[in-house]
Design a protein around this ligand. Structure first.
Ligand SMILES: [Zn+2]
Length: 381
């Protein structure tokens, strides 16, 4: 990927190209923004430029100098093949490749052993091929305080050949000492038009693409994550799951609770398993949790539409593709009830992170859907 092909993050890309053109590249960057808006893609494209043997200086021949990687030199080819010796991607699942971590379960936080072995030890060695070693630390918000302190020495006095890029979705989780040593670049949500364009280019039907664009709230990576389930060797159609989920909720009776909860567990498992086949390096538990949260968010988005329908254009709703169903539900569930159910789902999303059993979570979701927690107002009060 070249810098010029990143269409959704113009400001961040321009800042990186300018730093490169001026020869004033900070040793540490902190890319901040929601998951799936292109932080990793941009970091990788920038690393490809930094490591490129014959960078292009002004591919557009107009406007400010826009440096970019060539895509043809041995370094660019190694980057594209995913085995450049001077590009180090650090993520928590690397634990299984450390001395201490063999056969240990995938952790929730970034283990200090990973930071020590893949970052601190590695930063002491010179690059193999080029002028730099580029470190990209994914989910930097999961590096706990003691690991951040262990990293501090390198962030304070980085060897001249080290460029460190921390990717983070929650800046408040980073210690002030870490933040102050990095150049911070913000990554905003990607526009609906760009996401729909990307998905339809991959052959997706326009109304499905629009659903995923709105559902992902500008996180292109998330929209692609759901869309790619269809490309798996055992394809899973997440769009059909969301449609069926809305239909099941629309006609849900107390007698269906157990059966529907079972269907939700199976659907989350199918989605999680398909992602696991596509991303063998990522913790299967994390992927299952992401799938569970995705299904909960599908319900939350539907409820948010119910709150919006009285004063919004129907075509602007997330579920505009199932508008008859939204209209029907809005007669059964009023705005106050929808708000109460949304609060319940937000609580359940926290339960997923706290590792609460999925059966309990989905049953609680459906119980709350069927029987509101709001106490009826007695007419004689
Ligand atoms: Zn090159």
């Amino acid at each position: 990927m070249q810098m010029r092909n990143i269409h959704s993050q113009d400001k961040a890309v321009a800042a990186l190209q300018q730093a490169y053109a001026q020869g004033r590249i900070p040793h540490a960057y902190l890319f901040v923004g929601p998951d799936g808006v292109g932080k990793y893609t941009t970091a990788k494209a920038f690393a490809r430029l930094l490591l490129c043997r014959s960078p292009i200086q002004n591919p557009d021949r107009s406007g400010p100098v826009k440096a970019d990687s060539c895509g043809r030199c041995p370094s660019c080819q190694l980057m594209d093949a995913g085995n450049h010796p001077d590009f180090v991607l650090i993520y928590k699942e690397l634990l299984q490749y450390t001395e201490e971590g063999k056969d240990r379960d995938a952790p929730l936080e970034m283990p200090v052993d990973v930071i020590r072995e893949f970052f601190i030890d590695r930063a002491a060695r010179k690059p193999v091929m080029g002028p730099y070693t580029v470190f990209v630390i994914d989910e930097a918000e999961k590096v706990n305080d003691s690991s951040q302190n262990a990293m501090l020495k390198i962030l304070e006095e980085p060897p001249s050949f080290c460029i460190i890029i921390l990717l983070c979705s929650r800046l408040e989780e980073m210690l002030p000492t870490t933040r102050s040593r990095c150049r911070i670049l913000s990554f905003g949500p990607v526009s609906e038009t760009v996401i729909v364009g990307e998905l339809t280019r991959k052959g997706m039907d326009a109304s499905q693409a629009l659903f995923w664009a709105r559902f992902s709230e500008g996180r292109l990576g998330e929209a692609l994550h759901w869309a790619r389930l269809k490309e798996s060797d055992k394809p899973v159609d997440a769009y059909e799951i969301k449609k069926e989920l809305a239909e099941r909720l629309c006609r849900l009776e107390p007698a269906d609770l157990i059966d529907t909860a079972g269907w939700l567990i199976q659907s989350a498992k199918a989605v999680g398993d398909a992602w696991a086949r596509q991303k063998p390096n990522v913790s299967t538990k994390d992927l299952f949790r992401t799938a569970e949260k995705g299904l909960l968010r599908m319900v939350l988005t539907l409820l948010a539409d119910l709150m919006k329908i009285p004063y919004s254009e129907e075509s602007s709703l997330v579920y505009s593709d199932q508008i008859e169903l939204v209209r029907h539900l809005s007669k059964k569930i009023n705005a106050e009830e929808a708000a109460e159910k949304i609060i319940n789902i937000q609580k359940l999303l926290g339960w997923v992170d706290a590792n609460v059993n999925e059966k309990l979570i989905f049953e609680r979701l459906l119980l709350n859907w069927t029987f509101s927690d709001i106490l009826p107002v007695r007419s004689d009060d």
